[in-house]
Design a protein around this ligand. Structure first.
Ligand SMILES: C[S@@+](CC[C@H](N)C(=O)[O-])C[C@H]1O[C@@H](n2cnc3c(N)ncnc32)[C@H](O)[C@@H]1O
Length: 178
């Protein structure tokens, strides 16, 4: 799994051992890459009594790499490209860079997690509030239209194959090569 925009790294250390996959975290921001490394080095008994698989985890989560989706991507191979909570907290060209780069890698699937508008409308008042907050922070940010993301993915050879409803009005989208 190639993870784009790993952020703190909590998804990486949680999912990799449980899904029994090799996980490559990446982020554009060095402070987040440091955070990923911190989670990799964390005592398995921490942070909150959670059952972190220690040595197993360290071998399944690779050291984080610098990857800016809007710049040329490093030469990587991945079965799955996974990205949570990035495309609404970044300018639109970041979403396009993600789709472009992921399509070029030719993974079996691209998995996107986050809030989306459907048919041009928010799916919940909390998402509308979140969108207003995002746009207040930066007018180029904002909850994206599902149909627009799907169309841009299709332009790059990725078709939507699954929409999974997730807690708190988020969606987990799965794209596959056409
Ligand atoms: C809200 S955080 C999400 C982190 C993590 N995926 C999660 O769900 O908790 C947004 C992330 O997008 C990353 N990001 C923003 N622009 C990016 C870009 N151009 N290329 C790669 N990552 C980017 C940020 O550095 C940050 O880690």
């Amino acid at each position: 799994v190639l993870e784009i925009a790993s952020g703190t790294g909590q998804h990486a250390v949680y999912f990799a051992p449980r899904l029994a996959v090799t996980w490559q975290p990446t982020d554009v921001d060095p402070s987040y890459r440091d955070s990923v490394s911190g989670w990799q080095a964390a005592d398995p008994a921490e942070p909150d009594g959670a059952d972190w698989p220690g040595a197993e985890l360290r071998s399944q989560v690779l050291p984080p790499l610098h990857l800016d989706v809007t710049a040329p991507w490093p030469a990587l191979a991945a079965d799955i490209v996974y990205c949570a909570n990035m495309i609404h907290i970044a300018p639109w060209n970041v979403a396009l860079g993600l789709l472009e780069g992921a399509a070029r890698l030719g993974p079996r699937a691209l998995v996107l997690y986050g809030p989306y508008k459907r048919g041009g409308v928010h799916t919940a008042p909390s998402n509308a509030d979140f969108d207003a907050w995002l746009r207040g922070r930066d007018p180029s940010f904002g909850v994206r239209d599902l149909e627009v993301v799907v169309a841009e993915a299709a332009n790059r050879g990725l078709r939507l194959v699954e929409i999974n409803e997730m807690p708190a009005n988020n969606l987990m989208l799965v794209f596959a090569p056409m």
